[in-house]
Write a protein of this length. Structure first.
Length: 52
């Protein structure tokens, strides 16, 4: 068993996971940007309901 091979494989796995998470965040963030007015309205509505 080669430790170097194991770390190389671990780095590849971490890189792949990081890439997937980054892409998901990009998609989610762009969706959030397009829905910012709706989101802020619903948040303020929820705050008003909590206060009422």
């Amino acid at each position: 068993m080669s430790g170097g091979w194991l770390t190389k494989r671990t780095y590849k796995a971490l890189f792949a996971v990081g890439l997937v998470v980054f892409v998901i965040h990009l998609i989610f963030f762009s969706n959030m940007i397009t829905k910012v007015p709706d989101a802020s309205h619903s948040v303020s509505d929820a705050v008003e309901r909590v206060k009422a």
